[in-house]
Design a protein around this ligand. Structure first.
Ligand code: C5P
Length: 267
């Protein structure tokens, strides 16, 4: 796969057009635009400082830590800088509550939103409908709704012994992704180690977003099912989510550039 690197991304060229997320024509998207950086910091001030320091990053993931601390303020900050937004709130609740949460979150005009597949079919279906309704009410494009198949911090051993799931881990992740697809979701979050199988089964139009990405020089931390960025892209991931290897680095911009450079060399 030939990928062209452009680390001097012009924000004005960035489009929140969902076509970019659905056509799967990712060979034409430059490598840096396929990396979503997880903005896992505790305060709005730290978040803004990092976003401004890493101006080349076009796609940011807002997770529970920052959203609980700042609410939608951080989304406004990112929008004012023309960034794409992955709102990773990992909803997990009963269908009625899920629907309300998805309606509200879709009104923010974000690009991607997450829900746990283990909410079950009724909640997944309610979520898909609520995403459309919430976006329409707010007059914005609906986000891509994607399901967490299995957290990348869970190992095969933990799946079997702690969660008491009798399936092999790859089969379980696949079943969760297939259920999400059947309920009309746009894609799944999975480990890069599961991408080949999910891609083969779910097809090219199913968005596969992968955390659990670690360059060889970075700490694995609490992640269990990891691949390097190049391995993850080769496997067929649409987007890579990378947090601490960049954001916890003493020189985040150098870590970002190193990852982008390694991707050019290895893809
Ligand atoms: O710092 P690190 O690269 O491990 O960050 C990974 C990010 O992806 C975190 O924000 C985490 O919440 C998120 N995530 C994950 N595994 C999933 C889904 C999301 O690690 N299955």
């Amino acid at each position: 796969m030939l990928l062209v690197l452009d680390t001097t991304t012009d924000n004005k060229q960035l489009s929140t057009d969902n076509k970019q997320l659905s056509t799967n024509n990712f060979q034409q998207m430059n490598t840096s635009q396929r990396i979503i950086v997880a903005l896992d910091v505790p305060t709005l001030e730290e978040a803004i400082a990092l976003v401004d320091r890493l101006d080349q990053v076009s796609f940011w993931k807002i997770g529970l830590e920052l959203f609980v601390a700042t609410g939608p303020k951080i989304l406004e900050v990112l929008k004012s800088r023309s960034k794409r937004i992955f709102l990773d709130l990992k909803f997990h609740d009963i269908p009625n509550t899920i629907a309300g949460a998805c309606r509200a979150a879709s009104g923010y005009g974000v690009d991607i939103l997450t829900i746990h597949a283990t909410c079950g079919k009724d909640a997944l279906k309610a979520a898909t409908e609520a995403v459309q309704a919430g976006a329409a009410m707010a007059g914005v494009k609906p986000p891509k709704l994607i399901a967490i198949s299995l957290l990348t911090s869970i190992s095969s051993r933990q799946l079997a012994f702690d969660l008491k799931i009798p399936l092999e881990l790859p089969e379980y992740a696949l079943e969760m992704a297939l259920m999400a697809q059947q309920m009309g979701l746009d894609g799944a979050v999975c480990s890069p180690q599961e991408v080949v199988q999910l891609r083969q089964t779910c097809g090219d139009d199913f968005l596969l977003v992968c955390p659990g990405v670690r360059p060889t020089w970075a700490d694995v931390g609490d992640q269990k099912r990891v691949f390097t960025p190049a391995q993850a892209l080769h496997s067929g991931a649409d987007y890579l989510v990378i947090g601490r290897p960049i954001t916890a680095s003493v020189a985040p911009e150098l870590a970002w550039e190193r990852i982008c450079d390694e991707l050019v060399v290895n893809t």
